[in-house]
Design a protein around this ligand. Sequence first.
Ligand code: MN
Length: 252
Amino acid sequence: MKNIFAFIMILFILSSCDKKKLIEVEVPLPEIDSENRIGNPSDVVADNGFFKLEKLNFSYAALSPQISAATIETHYSKHYLAYTNNLNRILKETSAENNPIEKLLKTLDTDNEALRNNAGGYYNHSLYFKCLSSKEKRLPKDTLAIVIENTFGSFSGFESKFKQETSKVFGSGWTWLIVNKNNELQICSTANQDNPLMKNSVISGTPILGIDLWEHAYYLDYKNKRADYVNSFFDKINWEAVEILYENAIQK
Ligand code: MN
C-alpha cells in the first residue's frame, strides 16, 4: 500500500514538473537591457499637426564619439519631439493660421511664453539637427568660404570668434551664425529658446548655423566641460547644409 502511495506521489510530482516546464516555456522572455536600447530616428513621429520633425540624415550613433548615441537619441526623440508636439497643440488650441515657422517666429507675441518657447524650440532644433553631419569633416566651400574669410579674416578666425561667443552664454541658450539685415555674416547668441528671427532679438537676422548650449545637448558626454562639446561640434558641422541655408538667406 505504501509503495502504491509513493508511486502515485512520484507520478504526481513528475506531472507537476511537466506542467511547470510548459508554463515556463510560454512566459515571454524579459526585454533585456530595454532601457539602454538605441532606437531608430525614423520611428519618431510627431503627433498629428502642421509641423513635422526634421528627418535625421544619420543614425543616433553616427556622431559618436563627439556626440553619443544616448545624447542624440534623447535630444531628438524626447526634447525636439516635445517642442514639436507642444507647438502643434498650442496652435490647434488657438486655431491659429498655419504659417511657415520663419513667419510665425517673426510675428509672434513674445509675451506668449508657451508659444515663444515651443516655436523657438521647434525651429532651433530643426536647424541644429540639419546642421550636423556624420560624414568626414570638411570646411565650407565656394561663396560661403569666401564670405567667411572676408568677414572673419580666415576660417580659424571665424571658429575662434564663434567659440568665444559660446563661452559668454550663461545658462541655457544658443550661439548662431546669421545673415543679418545687411546680408552680412554675424555671430550672436540668444537665451533659452529665443532666436534672431524673433522681433525682440537684440541682433536680428536669419540663422544658418546654431549650436544648442543647453545642458541636455552635452551633459551626458562632457559633464561640465561645455567648451569640449563646442570643440567636438566643429568636427560634425554639415557645411553642405549651411552653404544652402546661406544661399537661401541672402536671397531674401
Ligand atoms: Mn536642445
